[in-house]
Design a protein around this ligand. Structure first.
Ligand code: 5GP
Ligand code: MG
Length: 191
């Protein structure tokens, strides 16, 4: 069955994403250039697998600055496909250097929801003594747990709805949808 049949409605379409990424990348690039022009340090992006991969791909091609990419993988537990209660780092898929003391780090994630993932990631990175840490997220839910985490770059604030597409999944599917959408109820009923 075509994936299109599972879409309830489009929340943010591909053109809106692209336009907003132009702005976000411009401000991130300006901030990183200001940091690195006069002082020491290199730029390291830390994308959180797997949801951030499309955001990452589109963002980095708008950042004309030297950078390294070091992925991290975080698993949520014990929740369901649509919610998480906690987070732990998956060591085998994480390539974070032990020492980040010469680095300006930018954490990249798909969505800020409970904030558990980003709290854990940020604390882990801070233990490795970076010069600076920033966080860029594609989406932030308008709920207290998400709004209370300090993310410097947020592409879109969205209502508290479960969304997929543009990297975000339901049971690991739908990441390849170019728009950010909600799913019809029958999809959840079948899963
Ligand atoms: P956290 O709750 O720790 O802030 O977010 C953890 C992860 O839950 C996100 O990286 C994302 O993978 C997943 N998540 C949270 N809200 C949504 C949502 O609305 N849709 C999808 N597909 N994943 C979500
Ligand atoms: Mg994720």
């Amino acid at each position: 069955m075509p994936m299109q049949d599972d879409i309830d409605h489009i929340l943010i379409n591909r053109d809106a994403i692209s336009q907003r990424l132009d702005e976000l990348a411009q401000s991130l690039a300006a901030d990183l250039l200001a940091e690195t022009q006069d002082g020491p340090g290199e730029v390291t992006l830390v994308p959180i697998l797997t949801g951030s991969i499309i955001f990452l791909a589109d963002l980095i091609r708008r950042l004309p600055i030297p950078m390294q990419i070091r992925v991290m993988s975080v698993t949520s537990y014990p929740g369901t496909a649509m919610s998480s209660k906690g987070a732990s780092i998956e060591a085998a898929l994480t390539k974070l250097p032990e020492d980040l003391s010469n680095n300006h780090v930018v954490i990249i994630d798909d969505i800020l929801d409970s904030g558990n993932t980003l709290k854990l990631v940020k604390a882990t990175i801070e233990q490795r003594n970076p010069i600076s840490v920033r966080t860029a997220v594609l989406l932030r839910k308008k709920i207290p747990s998400a709004m209370s985490f300090q993310a410097e770059y947020v592409a879109f604030d969205i209502p508290d709805e479960f969304v997929v597409g543009y990297g975000l999944d339901f049971n690991d599917y739908y990441r390849n949808l170019p728009d950010i959408v909600t799913l019809k109820k029958h999809v959840y009923a079948q899963a």
